[in-house]
Design a protein around this ligand. Structure first.
Ligand code: R5P
Length: 306
């Protein structure tokens, strides 16, 4: 089957990098809006019988990017695509994979159903908020991880006397994976979320005094988690050489303000979502384009990259 790569409007630069690694051109498509705000999508590429990959991370504005993905996939189906894979390096709503209060929807499941019903055969995602999210999908999911790439980058640059820190209990397994690759000890911050943008960090498990913390998380949204964790680490005697590592740097709301307030030596992240142009702290970006390109290549050949 002929492979066609299409990019939505959420991250054309990443799609172009993936296309470059695969020595392919991006297929022609157009996304704009009607005056009333409705999206208008046109896929101009010939797709009959093709193996189509739609690259569209679901960073902010999340709902608009999701709707665009659904419309693009429907257009591909109606143009006779043989198989459609949604390449969604950052999957929004993945944090809503369970009902905390019993009064909420299972949003991750709703998004998974929408993606399937639109006509997606397979999903490629990177560092989902939790492995349980895969269970929301009734289609095959290639769950890739940028952690080995990020850890490899750290391995070459981590300061001696560092400690890997999980900023909450949910990220402990992730922190352990990094620590194993870096051969460093692990500490865990105990966090309590009081609202969508406010968190409190209360205590730490592990010895951090005199150590340089490397905080690892799947994502930074408002940076409330990181700010709270760093403050409690500094109180516990960590050095001010703070490194933060996260696959998805959404940096929304007061994230930049919060990160500016802490002694952040560097943020290490990927290009899974676009970042603001100028950031008031050093950023090191590891591209996931080769990871996505390899997964597409393996799927094209009929094997799994997971
Ligand atoms: C939570 O469980 C996630 O792993 C992140 O820690 C959280 O979503 C980050 O959000 P924020 O930056 O808004 O604190």
């Amino acid at each position: 089957m002929r492979v066609v790569l299409l990019s939505g409007s959420s991250h054309p630069a990443l799609a172009a990098s993936v296309a470059k690694v695969l020595s392919l051109e991006l297929g022609r498509c157009l996304v704009d809006r009607f005056p009333d705000g409705e999206l208008h999508v046109e896929v101009a590429e010939e797709l009959r019988g093709c193996d189509v990959y739609v690259i569209q991370p679901l960073g902010p504005p999340v709902d608009s990017h999701l709707m665009e993905l659904l419309l693009m996939v429907d257009a591909c189906r109606r143009r006779g695509a043989g198989r459609v894979t949604a390449v969604v390096p950052y999957l929004a709503y993945a944090r809503h994979d369970r009902r905390e209060t019993g009064r909420e929807p299972l949003a991750a499941r709703v998004v998974a159903d929408l993606i399937r019903v639109a006509g997606v055969d397979r999903l490629v995602a990177v560092d989902l908020h939790s492995p349980a999210v895969e269970g929301c999908f009734n289609i095959p999911v290639e769950h890739l991880s940028a952690m080995p790439l990020l850890a490899d980058h750290l391995l070459r640059t981590a300061a001696p006397g560092s400690v890997v820190v999980s900023p909450d209990l949910g990220a402990v397994k992730r922190a352990e994976r990094y620590a194993a690759q870096l051969k460093l000890p692990v500490a865990v911050v105990h966090k309590h979320r009081t609202s969508g943008s406010k968190v409190e960090a209360r205590s730490i498990t592990g010895d951090v005094k005199g150590c340089s913390p490397i905080l690892v998380d799947d994502m930074i949204s408002t940076a409330g988690t990181i700010e709270a964790a760093v403050n409690v680490l500094l109180e516990a005697g960590c050095t001010t050489e703070v490194t933060v590592v996260a696959t998805h740097a959404l940096l929304v709301g007061s994230a930049l303000e919060r990160l500016r307030k802490i002694p952040l030596r560097r943020l290490i992240t990927t290009d899974s979502v676009p970042r603001p142009e100028r950031l008031p702290f050093p950023v090191e970006v590891v591209s996931i384009a080769p990871l996505l390109a390899r997964s597409i290549e393996l799927l094209r050949l009929g094997s799994s990259g997971g």
